[in-house]
Design a protein around this ligand. Structure first.
Ligand code: FRU
Length: 424
């Protein structure tokens, strides 16, 4: 770590807490916060690859941006192995569920382009094999920097370790499509420090990933959100009065919830290019509530900071639960205090009849929410499922004050641009 003094001198803020009391207000199947049922007859973008986390190209202010009329998205992607003996079951049939579940270990960044903001065409891999320093290329954010088409891709280099990195390249357009050039030199930015953010040595199940850089609309500085866990040895965290919140009698028992320690991290850039970063204390912690607050991102609206993050049922702590989906918090200034949207935090969850239908929601500033299809039941008992690995129908939400409402559903993978940049 560099020894440059902090821009702030001392800790600039106290993390806001997502409490157990807040989480007790989470209710699956409220129609205003539940994603419409995804049909098992969904179309698949490409049957040679699985895709999941989708990262639309955007500018540093968060606007989804097309270039010369072409929309561009990046996705975490893995090959499908229908003919690989390793993925055949005892009867010789392709075990697509196992192939899908193994995808994280071979995740690579791919890109896609479109004239219509849907019907995406596969562009290919962003980085050639051997460019990225680790096996796994995990989620992040592509930022269009200028009218020359330069793009900084921030992402997470995982296994060994987990490092927030960036790689610079350029988007090139023709009448027929889009290609990405460059993306040849990956620059490591930072790793968990063990003081604010938990390290692998402190917890083998630590999370440190998913960078989302942005310019604060109020102070104009460059920051970055990321997913972390609160520093400290696994099992050493305290779930006290503050983490419990104002619970009714009979709800004081926290069980083993000390093992759930998610947080939304933030770093500030020391330079304008975003090559030199300083981690700051988390914006939001979920100790005793949930172990993962993934892919954190903002929507800046009405002078407020809407902080969104995705989470799972299986990562909730003892005594609290909620659906897989996107959760949100709002504050009047960047460093909070943040309060949970809709009282609970839940913004868009899966219906309980299809608990794994979608995940990895990204709320865009136009209120559209993109996600991917994970698995959808194909019979009434839910024992037969169809694996997705493709784009889900986009959902429209309205954000009003401290509340959100599901108001619309659009086509599969519909990610329209908010701005178009003509390249020079
Ligand atoms: C969300 C996520 C990200 C991570 C990636 C790994 O779906 O868990 O946090 O970067 O998927 O595949």
């Amino acid at each position: 770590m560099k020894s440059t003094p902090s821009k702030f001198g001392k800790t600039p803020h106290q993390p806001s807490l997502w409490t157990r009391a807040d989480a007790l207000k989470v209710h699956a199947d409220d129609p205003t916060t539940t994603q419409p049922l995804v049909s098992a007859n969904f179309p698949v973008l490409n049957d040679e690859v699985f895709i999941w986390d989708t990262m639309p190209l955007r500018d540093i202010d968060g606007n989804i941006t097309s270039v010369d009329g072409w929309s561009v998205i990046f996705t975490l992607t893995a090959d499908r192995h229908p003919n690989d003996p390793q993925y055949l079951d005892q009867n010789g049939n392709y075990d697509v569920i196992r192939d899908w579940n193994d995808r994280h270990g071979r995740a690579k960044m791919y890109y896609w382009f479109s004239r219509t903001g849907k019907d995406w065409k596969l562009g290919g891999r962003v980085m050639a094999e051997g460019v990225s320093p680790t096996v796994r290329e995990w989620a992040g954010t592509p930022i269009l920097l200028n009218e020359q088409g330069e793009v900084d891709l921030y992402y997470t280099a995982v296994t060994p370790g987990a490092t927030i990195v960036k790689v610079r390249g350029r988007v090139v357009t023709t009448e027929h499509g889009v290609s990405l050039v460059g993306f040849e030199k990956v620059k490591p930015l930072f790793e968990a420090d063990g003081k604010m953010y938990q390290t692998e040595a402190q917890n083998a199940f630590w999370g440190f990933r998913d960078p989302w850089p942005f310019r604060d609309p109020k102070d104009g500085k460059l920051y970055m959100l990321f997913e972390g866990n609160v520093a400290g040895e696994r099992g050493s965290h305290k779930v006290g009065k503050a983490e419990i919140g104002d619970v009714p009698p009979g709800y004081e028992d926290v069980g083993n919830s000390r093992f759930q320690t998610a947080c939304v991290g933030i770093a500030v850039a020391r330079d304008e290019d975003g090559d030199d970063w300083e981690m700051l204390p988390p914006l939001l912690t979920a100790v005793g509530v949930n172990d993962q607050t993934e892919r954190p991102h903002f929507v800046f609206q009405d002078g407020k900071y809407y902080l969104f993050t995705i989470s799972h049922t299986f990562t909730y702590a003892d005594g609290v639960t909620g659906p897989d989906g996107v959760y949100g918090f709002v504050a009047d200034s960047l460093f909070g205090p943040y309060v949970p949207l809709n009282g609970s935090g839940l913004v868009l969850g899966n219906p309980s009849s299809q608990p794994f239908q979608t995940y990895s929601h990204c709320v865009m500033p136009n209120g559209l929410v993109t996600s991917f299809i994970d698995s959808v039941p194909t019979d009434d008992t839910g024992t037969q499922i169809r694996i997705g690995g493709t784009e889900a129908p986009t959902v429209g939400i309205k954000i009003k004050g401290q509340q959100t409402f599901v108001v619309a559903e659009y086509d599969y993978g519909y990610i329209p641009p908010m701005l178009d940049v003509t390249l020079k």
